[in-house]
Design a protein around this ligand. Sequence first.
Ligand SMILES: [Zn+2]
Length: 642
Amino acid sequence: MTTVGGAAAPVRPTAAARRGAGLSEVRWDPEGFWGGRQQTNAAQTFSHCVAWMERLGWLENFDRVGRGETTIERAGWEFADSEVYKLLEGLAWELGRRDDAALAAVYDALVARIVPAQDDDGYISTAFGHAGLPPRYSDLSTGHELYNMGHLMQAGVARLRTAGEDPLVAMARRAADHVCREFGVGAREGLCGHPEVEVALAELGRATGEPRYVEQARVFLERRGHGTLPVRPLLSAEYFQDDTPIREAEALRGHAVRALYLSAGAVDVAVETGDSGLLAALERQWARTVERRTYITGGMGSRHQDEGFGEDWELPPDRAYCETCAGVASVMFSWRLYLATGEVRYVELIERTLHNVVATAPDASGTAFFYANPLHERVAGAEYAGEGVNMRAEGGVRAPWFDVSCCPTNVARTLASLHTYAVAVEDRAVSLLLYAAGTIDVAVGEDRLRLRVETGYPDDGVVALTVESAPADEVTLRLRIPGWAEACTVETPDGAVVPAAPGWWDDTRVLGEGDRIVLTLGNEPRLVWPDPRIDAVRGTVAVERGPLVLCLESTDLPEGVRLEDVRLDDGSVPRAEGDGARVSVRGRHELPAAAGGVPYAARRSAEAEGASSFDVALVPYHRWGERAPSEMRVFIPVAEGR
Ligand SMILES: [Zn+2]
């Protein structure tokens, strides 16, 4: 059963050796990298999303169902309902994190508007199943009815864990009961084209203690992969992950968000049912996907077509899709695998993805977002005018809202609960996974360990921990040493400075008030070379600093130098500057082909005669395009002869 209150968090396996922190067990300082984003999310993003949903009629859709005035002319896509639910989930986590009377009123008002739209048997949709609308479940491939109800269930889980039973939780239960009756074994043999209800049912099963919900999630998983979903024009079975049973797949494929939500739900089912074969299959698929189908940012999805994964090594920087939601979903998948296995590699990917995809999407105001996150923008996007929705998800500028606006609410619900991913507790070990300034106060058995964390991470590579109170008995402090921190040292409470290798650093002792542990990770920028099998970026190099991927923006180039001409200077070593770096480049190149011909020739290009090198600034990718629309690239070609 669920624990209501401070220990609440997303993902609470029933019989887990390991758990993430509760919402009240970690407090991030509002000045920090993530604490600031959480504060902006609370102060700006929720109300921004409500305003847009109101303006576009996505809330009115629920009112119409309640009033019995449905029409095919309803506003938005079939999945617009889910945005309301994702927002409610985010609000529930936020209200579990801290009191906020204004947001509580927003939550209550939204719930009051959606309650009347639910049918007596638990079904809820504003796009199907009512007068003037298509019948229930008449388009399982693209209708998103179960997907939407899944998001309602996830919102219910967040509320149940943070506040206990309420009308939203009751709605989620009724929806889940309806789904089990309608789609259980012996009933309708269907599944949803967009996975989501699986992860939602599994979590609702945990939160309510209802094994029926986990079982229904399992049934949906096993039903998938046999080509039974009606294929739509241009959308293959692979797009829906209905081409191969989940146990038999080698890597994630098809639509990236679908594949990742499905995988997250599958881990939940594997863990709840003790299915080690399924868990092993998912670990293999994760490894293969990360090794060959993942961008340096952690972004996933190489194709705008199908918003999908490409083949192995198909990772073009300019055509990268890397939907923000795929970043969120990847974190969901990896977090579950970490909780199931304790392996550091999952946290490594989470950190990479959070800092370089999730943090990139919203601008500093929390009211404009990237949908796609390409690694190379050849033409600066047009400044967004700020009126209607943005149809062009790949436009190179953050937009306040989209025609398909899945990403803003996904960012909102993730940021509201993100600090629960920062710390994990396992028996008497406390693992620090993500570093941010703030206070950790976690239950360790019957005791508590309270730590103060001082750091400017990720812009600073020193993390200082001070024990404020500790159990009388031994505890293990387990620090995650990032893969890039090869010269890491740890100063222990007795003053010794010891080297620590990437992975876990464990220290077991009786801690006392005032004890200090100082982790020095180093924070120098470094060159990072792509695997040569990624043809699209062969001959280029990227620069990382700490967990941040850096990029070169046209904003930082001298007058007259074009981004497309810039080459990293031979032997250039990046130097730290601000939160980014400086590198030496050349910007004039003698091109191989004569003007007017095709851009190919029987000789190689060369550095232009007399071209001198100059320094340029690289900035964190997460804030690209914030100063002005820009041309941008992460991978910089290396000058010939290097
Ligand atoms: Zn999205």
